[in-house]
Design a binder for this molecule. Sequence first.
Ligand code: MN
Length: 205
Amino acid sequence: MFEQARLGYDFAALEPHIDELTMQTHYGKHHAGYTNNLNKALEKLPELAGKSIEAILTNLEAIEDPALRTVVRNNGGGYYNHNLYFAILSPQGGQPPQGRLAEQINADFGSFQELVERLTATAASVFGSGWAWLSKDPSGKLVITSTPNQDNPLMTHGGQLIPLLGIDVWEHAYYLKYKNVRADYLQAFFKVLDWGEVARRYEQA
Ligand code: MN
C-alpha cells in the first residue's frame, strides 16, 4: 500500500508562483487519485507486494496482463512523479545549487544558467501532457530528457537514469493561474525549485 509523500509546506506556501487552489487540486485530487488507482491495481498483483515503486516501474514487463500493466504505468508513474515534484518545491527555493551538483552542472552544461535554459526549452517543447527531467546516469553525468503522460526515466531507461528533478507540464499543474501560457509557469517553477533538495538527491543517487 503506497501513501502520498507528505507536503513539507502549506498549499498556499508557494504563492504567488504556484497558487493555493492549484496545489490543493494537484496534490489533493490528482496525486491522490494516482495513488488510489495504483493501490487498487496492486490488489490484483500480489506478486508485486513489498516491492518499491522504483522496482515496479523499472520492470513493468513483469506485469503480464497488458491492461493492468497500463494502469500501473500511468498511475504508478503519477504516484512516483508527483512525490518527486512536490518534494523539490519549497517556499525557500530559487537559490542556485552548491557543492558536487554545482560542479557537475558546470562540467556538463557550462553554467547553471545554461542548464536552466535547456530544461526550460525541453519542458516548453513537450507536446500535450508530460514531463521534463534532469537525471543522473551511472557515471554521475547529468542528462535532460522528456516523457509523455506519466512516464519517467525509470521506465524509459530501464533504471539507468535516476530522476533528480521533474517538471510537470500537464495543464493541471498550471492552467488555473497561467491558463495556456506554459512559459510563465516554467519561470515561476524555477522560483520555487529547491536546488538544495535536488543536490541532496544527486549525492544519494
Ligand atoms: Mn501533475
